[in-house]
Design a protein around this ligand. Structure first.
Ligand code: AMP
Length: 579
């Protein structure tokens, strides 16, 4: 592995690298820096934010810019004002010990006169959003005729934001012999066309796999009823007391509603969306960066400018239509070598979107059970206990009260005292969960349809009727008759449960049990944790309702969705008889 010291940086730059605490180059830096310093090639680097790409282009830029020359030598284009400020700050850090290198951020929404004044003083590196730079070029304040390097950072985001024309216009202004670097999280035909038009046989570097999400992010989902989304979000927040995450919503209205509900319910949360003024948005981002907020509820557009490295969670309150937006969202966690968790709250109709995303990121989403009230209280309680274990004691102001308090509890032994303290604390956590409402994942519609097709009249067993039950485990979970029978035996010790026909489908199954045992079995198994997820065990639909549903679905599907019908055939039952 090549080290920074071997890359040809000056002692001043190496000193800055050391002060920033960078010990070894990150993969994007290992690849880009030697290419920038050792060749003249144009470069396309496919890398997500958080991979260290700013230093990958920034350190060589600082090295190749001459502070003695009074002209703009490098130009960095990026999509948002926040990113502009961030890159400028990073470059300023890298050049701390490198003479008087002047780096200026120019972006819309702030005084153009000040920016013109600064440009007139002479700027070596301009970091700009495309729209504002065009204005400055038009006013002859930004002169690009000595630029030797252009960096297009987050090129895909710039295109998403409609900057294609501005980028074209700017690239026409820069000398042809310059070097161009393009950084993007994803490769798209539009990016390919910029590359063909403005780049000279670029070398392509990919960090991680193309169009895939960061390696260390786990992708999970909760299947929820649409009406339960907010409640499930709260449970996630309660189950993860140290959460520091962004909740992505689709619209400004939804963003504001979710944030307001969280605030009303006592969470450290706030909203970030386009209906807020720039100064309100700045204030929210500042609070979030300083960790005065644990949960930021945001739209994709508003969150673009926010760069935070140590998010624990990204939550998709609503999934985006475009799977690539999902990769941008989830790429905000799991940065700089840390692990991250991406969660999607999906109702049945949205499940299709998950499949599209899985194909893009080449990873499967893991279904998670909605935490129960008891599990949440338990987690909170142990989290609280860990805090007690780790608290620093010895504050003078507190010490003086200790003797009085000790005296007061003299007659309580240690265990009783603990019991009382824990009871008080537990009561506090119990809040919403007191009444034990459990949020149950919906049953896939295709399961009901399947049941319609398979649901013949229950046969008799020798002791009476059978009742047909639905269970949310199928062959794709490795769930076969052996597993079903084990599961039943282990949870009904001492009782012999008659089992009839078993119909195994890919994602779920139906089976018959002696009717006298059905309710007992549902009580024993429903909601129980099994194979990484909570079981749903319930009676299959009644015959009449079932037939109606079947007809309804059949009618609808044969006229409107013939292709779906074909795929349903694949959910063919594997049938077993045990009686
Ligand atoms: P970026 O992708 O440029 O936004 O960088 C992500 C984070 O990684 C930033 O906080 C950088 O300060 C940090 N970083 C960049 N390079 C290194 C390195 N070589 N070692 C450790 N951290 C780094």
């Amino acid at each position: 592995m090549i080290q920074f010291e071997e890359m040809g940086f000056t002692p001043g730059i190496l000193k800055a690298i050391k002060e920033l605490g960078f010990e070894h180059p990150m993969p994007v830096q290992e690849k880009v820096i030697p290419m920038m310093l050792g060749t003249e090639n144009d470069i396309i680097a496919l890398a997500q934010t958080g991979t260290g790409k700013t230093a990958a282009f920034g350190l060589p830029l600082v090295l190749s810019t001459d502070p003695e020359m009074n002209s703009t030598q490098a130009l960095i284009l990026c999509p948002t004002r926040e990113l502009c400020i961030q890159i400028t700050g990073d470059l300023t850090d890298y050049s701390k010990h490198t003479g008087d290198l002047r780096i200026l951020a120019v972006y819309g929404g702030s005084s153009i006169e000040n920016q013109i004044r600064e440009l007139k003083k002479g700027v070596h590196i301009i970091v700009a959003t495309p729209g504002r730079l065009i204005d400055l070029i038009g006013r002859r304040a930004a002169r690009l005729n000595n630029v030797h390097t252009v960096v297009l950072d987050e090129a895909d985001e710039m295109l998403n934001m409609g900057f294609l024309d501005s980028i074209n216009e700017i690239l026409e202004e820069v000398p042809e012999g310059r070097r161009t670097l393009l950084f993007s999280a994803t490769m798209s035909p539009e990016i390919g066309s910029i590359a063909r038009k403005y780049m000279n046989s670029p070398s392509e570097i990919t960090i991680g796999t193309k169009n895939s999400s960061a390696e260390n992010v786990s992708h999970n989902y909760y299947l929820v009823h649409a009406r339960d989304k907010y409640k499930v979000l709260k449970r996630i927040a309660d189950f993860e007391p140290d959460i520091y995450g962004i909740v992505f919503c689709r619209t400004r209205k939804e963003t504001q509603e979710v944030a307001s509900n969280l605030i009303n319910d006592g969470y450290d949360a706030d909203a970030l969306h386009g209906d807020l003024s720039q100064s309100q948005r700045d204030a929210v981002m500042q609070k979030f960066r300083q960790k005065n907020l644990q949960i930021l509820v945001a739209t994709d557009v508003a969150a673009r400018g926010l760069d935070v490295d140590d998010l624990t969670h990204v939550i998709n309150y609503s999934l985006p239509d475009d799977p690539e937006i999902y990769t941008h969202r989830s790429g905000r966690t799991g940065r700089a070598g840390k692990t991250g968790i991406s969660i999607a709250l999906v109702h049945l109709k949205e499940k299709n979107n998950l499949n599209k995303i899985e194909r893009l990121i080449k990873k499967a989403f893991k279904p998670l059970p909605i935490p129960t009230g008891t599990e949440i209280c338990e987690k909170q309680l142990f989290n609280w206990a860990a805090k007690i274990e780790n608290v620093t004691t010895g504050h003078k102001e507190i010490e003086k009260y200790i003797p009085g308090i000790k005296e007061r509890f003299e007659n309580l032994d240690r265990e009783e005292l603990l019991r009382r303290v824990v009871t008080l604390e537990f009561e506090r956590f119990l809040g919403d969960y007191r009444h034990g409402e459990d949020l149950i994942a919906p049953v896939p519609e295709k399961a009901l349809r399947q049941e319609g097709r398979n649901g013949k009249r229950s046969r008799d067993n020798k002791d009476g009727d059978y009742t047909r039950l639905f269970i949310n485990r199928g062959k794709s979970d490795g769930f076969y008759p052996e597993q079903l029978i084990d599961l039943i035996n282990q949870n009904t010790r001492g009782t012999k449960v008659p089992i009839g026909r078993i119909d195994l489908m890919k994602d779920f199954s139906f089976f018959e049990v002696g009717s006298d045992h059905a309710d007992m079995l549902i009580r024993a198994l429903h909601n129980k944790q099994y194979m990484d997820n909570r079981l749903v065990l319930q009676k299959a639909q009644e015959k009449t309702e079932r037939n109606n549903r079947t007809n309804e679905f059949r009618g609808k599907r044969s006229s409107q969705r013939p292709e779906k019908r074909r795929s349903d055939k694949r959910q063919k039952a594997e049938r077993h008889y045990y009686n």
